[in-house]
Design a protein around this ligand. Sequence first.
Ligand code: ADE
Length: 343
Amino acid sequence: MKKKNIKDLLTWYLENKRDLPWRHTKDSYKIWISETMLQQTRVETVIPYYERFLKCLPDVPSLASVSEEQLLKLWEGLGYYSRARNLQKTAKILSDNQMDFLPPNKEELERLPGIGPYTVGAILSIAYGLPEPAIDGNVLRVLSRVYEEKEDILKPKVREKYCLLLKEFMDGIDASSFTQSFIELGALVCTKNPNCEVCPLKKCCLAYKHQTISLYPVKKIKKEKPIFEKTVFLCEYQKKVFIRKRKNEGLLANLYEFPNVDFLVNEEDIQRELKKRKVSYSLVRSLGNVKHVFSHQIWILHVYFISLNEKIPYELFVSEQELKEKYSLPTVFQKVWNLKKNL
Ligand code: ADE
């Protein structure tokens, strides 16, 4: 890759870039929010979340002072909730230091919670125009093909090598467009099934030259994710449903869920248990299963609907409206809720 190829890439970017909301700003707070949401989440999914988030929390002080409940509600459905918690931790640190912006400085940014090397590069280059590369999966895919990279692209040393290389190319070039042109090329052209004919880097791409595109990027085979099976109870009384708060650590910490157990039970087991507890009910019915793939595990949920004739003491007992407006229910339990239509 030579400077001329980078120029071709930038020309392509300026002509083909998508009109995305975070591309209308240089505000470091907004860039930080968008780049955090865009990690592990698709652009189309992020757009409405980004707009709603900024409407409610337009600046560092508002994020620093929002309640955790409201913050998680704004994040509901985006997944990887630690991202939201880290945003707030960082906002609090900035607020304590009377800063309503992200520091334009690599060392200071690196010390803030949730801000890794990619986000540092994205904030510095996109918000501040500084020559600091931001290398995410999209960018690594492009580079691994251009250079026929034989090493596993997930190895830190591979990332570091390309970081040094890209930094050289950033000299004298608009850093924001530079960073986003690689991201955009990876998202629109140099995809899993790339469209090499329209690629502005095809003149310098070794994988294109040798027709070895399908061999790159090299990734070591991931360990299989463990599967956990659970039984979930959608337990209703007079149109209200029972929910509870998850514990304050681990997966989906502090979010809400429907009551569940870590083993399988059938309709007879549930009826027997209800009788044993002397709880009057009118219906126990299987609603089918939900499968949800997390980053490190898979859940298979067997869902039962239980209609009670009396209220039982339970942590929280809420209407559908309250569930929608007040409590953050992670996607896996939204899927459980959606099974109610099978009734
Ligand atoms: N993915 C990560 N950062 C992005 C950006 N700035 N634009 C589009 N997609 C992205």
